[in-house]
Design a protein around this ligand. Structure first.
Ligand SMILES: [Zn+2]
Length: 304
């Protein structure tokens, strides 16, 4: 992509993306040589706080204070954003965290293919900003690639201000394909939830970005004190085993014990369908705050 060849010490804003699917992009080329990093938000539409954090970074960052190159895409799933979908690309109901390396017959696949062909080859690191979806409460956490590039990715994760580090075995998502298949280290960050965009979450993401650029040796930042970290061995994902009404019994960030009740489902006559219990001790990372539980829907996730 020719626009990536931005002159040293300059900033360019333009639309990138596969043919017929333009999304906003800013490239900031530092005065000095350094790493090239790709930072994205809203591959899942409806996960908002990363978007204004990237817009503000693009505005405030002076290329003179940057080493290396930043490629910032504040809203990848732009049609989903304007359609108000919870996460997926509305044209084909595709999930950009499960569509890589991409199928040229679908819009979602063409976006994934574009990243693989045009963006990943330039990137030394991929950072992808998410949030709990509209029906999901979440405590700040991040996912690191567990199959490849684990050490390089964890080294950066440990310098951010996010307490829970969760291994990802996904190989078909944006960050996870780049890392686990193409060998580019990366992280998927999660902050905020419920289709909201609170100022405190945007600011926390802005600080994560400053800490990240400092950890990458791309920009100076002095306020580097961060929280204690827990690196999980394993994440458990509880899904609805039948369709019904979901009543959670936990909150995000809660310490849970093996056998503890996570929530229950009922039918419309109030009859208990099932109790969902924790399979192991852990920390509750996120859970569904929607009452509707369709068979196969995620209800809760916790790390051990
Ligand atoms: Zn997401």
């Amino acid at each position: 992509m020719a626009e990536l060849l931005t002159a040293k010490g300059t900033k360019r804003q333009f639309t990138a993306g596969p043919e017929g699917y333009p999304f906003p992009c800013t490239v900031i080329a530092g005065k000095e040589e350094g790493k090239t990093v790709l930072i994205t938000a809203q591959i899942h539409s409806g996960e908002y706080p990363g978007t204004p954090a990237l817009i503000r970074l693009a505005e405030r960052l002076d290329p003179a204070e940057l080493k290396g190159t930043l490629i910032l895409i504040p809203c990848v799933n732009i049609t989903g954003f304007y359609a108000g979908t919870n996460a997926y690309v509305p044209e084909d109901h595709g999930n950009l965290n499960a569509a890589y390396p991409g199928d040229p017959d679908t819009v979602t696949g063409r976006i994934a293919h574009y990243f693989v062909q045009e963006l990943f080859p330039h990137a030394d690191f991929v950072l992808d900003l998410h949030s709990g979806g509209m029906n999901e409460a979440l405590t700040p956490c991040l996912f690191f690639p567990a199959l490849k590039c684990t050490e390089e990715s964890l080294h950066i994760a440990e310098q951010l201000d996010i307490p829970y580090l969760v291994p990802s075995y996904n190989t078909a998502g944006e960050m996870s394909y780049a890392a686990n298949v193409m060998g580019i280290p990366g992280l998927l960050l999660e902050r905020g939830y419920g289709g909201m965009c609170k100022e405190e979450w945007i600011r926390a993401y802005e600080r994560d970005l400053d800490l990240f650029l400092c950890a990458m040796g791309m920009k100076e930042y002095t306020d580097t004190h961060t929280c204690e970290k827990k690196i999980f061995q394993k994440a458990y994902y509880t899904e609805a085993e039948e369709t019904g009404l979901w009543f959670p019994a936990v909150h995000a960030g809660q310490v849970i014990r093996k056998g503890e009740l996570l929530g229950r489902t009922e039918d419309f006559s109030g009859r208990l369908l099932r109790e969902y219990k924790a399979e192991a001790d852990g920390i509750l990372l996120y859970y569904s705050i929607g009452m509707n539980a369709v068979k196969g829907d995620p209800l809760a996730a916790y790390g051990q």
